[in-house]
Design a protein around this ligand. Sequence first.
Ligand SMILES: C[S@@+](CC[C@H](N)C(=O)[O-])C[C@H]1O[C@@H](n2cnc3c(N)ncnc32)[C@H](O)[C@@H]1O
Length: 244
Amino acid sequence: MNYNLGKYRKTFNKKYLSKKNFENIKYDFQFVIEILRKKKTKLNNQKIIDVGCSNGSFLYLLKKNYPNNSYYGLELDKNLLDLNKKNKLLNDIVFFKGSVKKKFSTKKYNLITFLGTLNIFENQEFILKNLFTHLRSKGLLIFNCYLNKDNIDLNINYRKYLKKYNIKNAIYIKSYELIKKFLTKTKLLSFFIIPNPYPRVIKKKKGGGGGWFNIYTLKINKQNIRSNNLGVLYDQYLIIAKKK
Ligand SMILES: C[S@@+](CC[C@H](N)C(=O)[O-])C[C@H]1O[C@@H](n2cnc3c(N)ncnc32)[C@H](O)[C@@H]1O
């Protein structure tokens, strides 16, 4: 995975650091909170980490809903980390640099969240195993990802042509069956794979949208299906795994 964004970083960070992220809650973040409420999850005096926390807006939302916990944010991108440390909305949250590909902490956590990030890695089982090692016994790992309902793994390599340079990157969408088998094999206390469709409509913008991706929804069988300018249909799931 190439996260070397070059000159594009400024645009990328601008999108992630807009104050709007903290006012208009991302639907996928709200969905996690709803599921936590539905499952009557008690979060008090817990160690909670958001891995790939980006601008910290999910931590902000989680802390607002569950204030009496210790919050941590792990990020690979130093620029984002520096900005988070200066963001007054994120006071009391400990941000630190690390990679989900390695041991990233000597602490063990009661809850690890990992949102919108798994699909950038080819070896997803390795990443998930690493996350499980950072969980306490009876701890929860909550992550979302795109999965293929057909038993086929997709490796989508793309090259985005920008004005002066271009970016090569990839998205890896694993088969639903494969991830389910992996979770079963992991001998967890329990796990749930919850469909996480997108109920809102996002119109396709003209001219590519200008951002990282031109994200939009398509109406198929009366459902809004996520898509973008890679021309792929995405089925997202939220997965909650409880360690033994
Ligand atoms: C697509 S963004 C998702 C951000 C956020 N979790 C969300 O749902 O909006 C992926 C994030 O993961 C970070 N990231 C990329 N590779 C990483 C790694 N190896 N370890 C930790 N974070 C990583 C990126 O810097 C970026 O902030």
